[in-house]
Ligand binder design. Structure first.
Ligand SMILES: Cc1ncc(COP(=O)(O)O)c(C=O)c1O
Length: 479
C-alpha cells in the first residue's frame, strides 16, 4: 500500500442508496425519467420564449434559488422550479424591443443543437473524443472561409467568443512573423476598435501602449493615410509590427474600415492583416451584401461571430485564416496523453483552448435551418429596420445620427454638452424601458449616445414608430 493511502476500512465511501439511482442516463435502454425531464425542461423553455413579449427585455431584480447543493439531490420537479427562478431574472432577448446589444433571439435549430451538444458531451480537444464533430468543424470552417472569398485551402477554428478569436489571431500573426519573443512589437488598429484588442495585449505580455490607435474619419472608419504615416514612423525606429487590425463593424456604430486600401497597404509592406468582423463578417456570406465588406477576402485572418446577428446560441465565434496551418504552428504543443491525430491535427492544438464543446454543431444546424435564403432574409431585415429607424429619427432634425452600413445606429441630440447628453440619454433610456423598448447608452466621441442594434427579427415597424415617438418626446423636453 502506498504510504499516503488510508486503510480501506477508514476510507470506504458509503455505497449509493438503491432507492436513489444516480442521475445519469441509462446506457441500456431509453431512460423514461431523462426523457420526461428533458421534455419538461423544453416545455419550460418554450413557454419562457413564447411569453417574452409579456415581460420587459430587462427584468427587475428577481429571487434567486439556493446556490449550494443540499445533502440529498433534488428531484426533477424541484430542479425545474429552481430553474424557473433563474429564468425569471434572465435578460429577455426574444422580446421585440430588445434592441440594446448585439444579442439577438436564439435561432431555433441552434437551441436544439446546443441540447444535443450537451448530451453528446464530445470534446473538440482531440479527434478520438469527437470524431464526427472534429470533421464537421474542419469542413464548415473551410466552407465559411470560402464563402467569404478567402483563398483555396483556407479554414479555421471555432472559439468561445470574438475576444478569443481576436486573441488567437494576434498570437498567430506574431508567431508567423517571427516576433514571438519581441517585447517591442506593436499592433495597429482604429481608435474605434473593440476593447478585446487591449485585452489581447495584456494576455500576450505586451504593454497597453503596444496597441497603436489610428484616428478614424467622420464616419468612424480607420484613416489609411494616418495608418501609412504611423507605419513609416515605426519603420524609421525599427519597431516590428505584429498586425494591422481592420474592423468590419465597429461596436458602437457598425463602421467598416476601408478594407481594400488596408489590404493594399499590408500587401505592399508585407504585414499581417486581421479583420475583426465579429459584427460585420456575416454580411460577406451573402452575395447581395458582400459589397459591404469588400476586401475582407484579402485578410490573413478574420473573426466572425455568428452568435451576433445570426442568433446562433452563445458562444459562436470563429477565427478563419487564409493559411489555417499557421494556427497549428502557433499553438502546437504535442498532446502526450492522446493518441496521435488521424491526419487533420487535434482541435486542442489548433487554437488556445484545450477541452472545448462542439459549438460548431449549433452553427451548422442553424445555417442548415436558415438556408441561404433565410440567411439573406436575416441580413435584409436588419438593414431595412436600420434604414427605417434612421429615417424616423432624422425627421426630428435635432439628432446627430451615427451609423454605418450595417444594422447599428447610435444617436445623440445636437448642441448638448457632455453632461446634458448623459442626462438626456439616461432619461430617454428609462422612458423607452417603461414601454419595453431597450437601447444601450455607449460613450462615444466624447459623449453618451443611445444605440439601437436592429438585428432582432421580431421588431416590427410599429415598434420603431413607438421608439421614434418616445425619443421625440424626450427631444421636445429639451430647452
Ligand atoms: C467588433 C467586436 N469585436 C470583438 C468583440 C468581442 O466579441 P465577444 O464579446 O464575443 O468576445 C465584439 C463584441 O461586441 C465586437 O463588437
Amino acid at each position: 500500500m502506498e504510504p499516503f493511502e488510508r486503510s480501506p476500512l477508514a476510507s470506504a465511501p458509503p455505497a449509493p442508496r438503491a432507492s436513489q439511482p444516480l442521475p445519469f442516463a441509462s446506457p441500456e435502454q431509453l431512460d423514461p425519467k431523462l426523457q420526461a425531464f428533458l421534455e419538461q425542461a423544453s416545455r419550460q423553455l418554450c413557454s419562457w420564449l413564447g411569453s417574452a413579449s409579456q415581460r420587459s427585455p430587462l427584468p427587475g431584480l428577481s429571487v434567486l434559488p439556493g446556490v449550494e447543493p443540499s445533502l440529498e439531490g433534488l428531484d426533477p420537479a424541484a430542479l425545474l422550479a429552481d430553474l424557473q427562478l433563474v429564468m425569471d431574472g434572465a435578460y429577455n432577448p426574444n422580446h421585440p424591443g430588445a434592441l440594446a446589444h448585439l444579442d439577438p433571439p436564439p435561432l431555433a435549430a441552434s437551441v436544439a443543437a446546443d441540447l444535443i451538444c450537451a448530451g453528446l458531451n464530445n470534446n473538440l480537444l482531440a479527434e478520438e473524443l469527437s470524431p464526427s464533430l472534429t470533421r464537421l468543424e474542419r469542413s464548415l470552417t473551410a466552407w465559411l472561409a470560402e464563402q467569404l472569398g478567402l483563398p483555396a485551402g483556407s479554414g479555421g477554428v471555432a472559439a468561445s467568443g470574438g475576444t478569443l478569436s481576436n486573441l488567437m489571431a494576434l498570437v498567430t500573426a506574431r508567431r508567423c512573423r517571427g516576433l514571438a519573443t519581441q517585447a517591442d512589437a506593436v499592433v495597429l488598429a482604429s481608435a474605434d476598435a473593440h476593447v478585446s484588442l487591449a485585452k489581447a495585449m495584456a494576455v500576450m505580455g505586451l504593454p497597453a501602449h503596444a496597441l497603436h490607435p489610428i484616428p478614424v474619419d467622420r464616419e468612424g472608419r480607420l484613416d489609411p493615410v494616418a495608418l501609412e504615416q504611423e507605419l513609416d514612423q515605426l519603420a524609421q525606429t525599427g519597431t516590428p509590427v505584429i498586425a494591422v487590425v481592420a474592423t468590419a463593424g465597429t461596436t458602437v456604430r457598425g463602421a467598416v474600415d476601408p478594407l481594400l486600401p488596408l489590404a493594399e497597404i499590408c500587401c505592399k509592406r508585407e504585414l499581417w492583416l486581421h479583420v475583426d468582423g465579429a459584427i460585420g463578417a456575416v454580411f460577406g456570406l451573402v452575395a447581395g451584401h458582400r459589397f459591404r465588406v469588400a476586401g475582407l477576402e484579402r485578410a490573413d485572418s478574420v473573426t466572425i461571430n455568428p452568435q451576433k446577428l445570426l442568433g446562433i446560441t452563445k458562444t459562436s465565434s470563429l477565427l478563419l485564416l487564409a493559411r489555417p496551418q499557421s494556427l497549428a504552428e502557433a499553438f502546437h504543443t504535442g498532446l502526450p496523453y492522446m493518441e496521435p491525430s488521424w491526419g487533420g491535427g487535434h482541435g486542442g492544438e489548433t487554437g488556445l483552448q484545450g477541452t472545448r464543446p462542439a459549438e460548431i454543431l449549433k452553427l451548422w444546424l442553424g445555417l442548415r435551418q436558415l438556408g441561404l435564403e433565410g440567411l439573406e432574409a436575416v441580413l435584409d431585415g436588419a438593414i431595412q429596420r436600420r434604414r427605417q429607424l434612421a429615417a424616423l429619427l432624422e425627421a426630428s432634425g435635432r439628432l446627430q445620427l451615427r451609423g454605418g452600413s450595417f444594422h447599428l445606429l447610435a444617436f445623440t441630440p445636437r448642441g448638448l454638452d457632455a453632461a446634458a447628453a448623459e442626462h438626456w440619454s439616461q432619461h430617454t433610456r428609462q422612458r423607452l424601458l417603461q414601454e419595453h423598448l431597450m437601447l444601450s447608452r455607449p460613450w462615444y466621441a466624447g459623449r453618451h449616445h443611445l444605440k439601437a442594434v436592429l438585428g432582432n427579427p421580431h421588431t416590427r415597424s410599429s415598434h420603431l414608430d413607438s421608439l421614434a415617438r418616445l425619443v421625440q418626446l424626450s427631444l421636445d423636453e429639451l430647452p
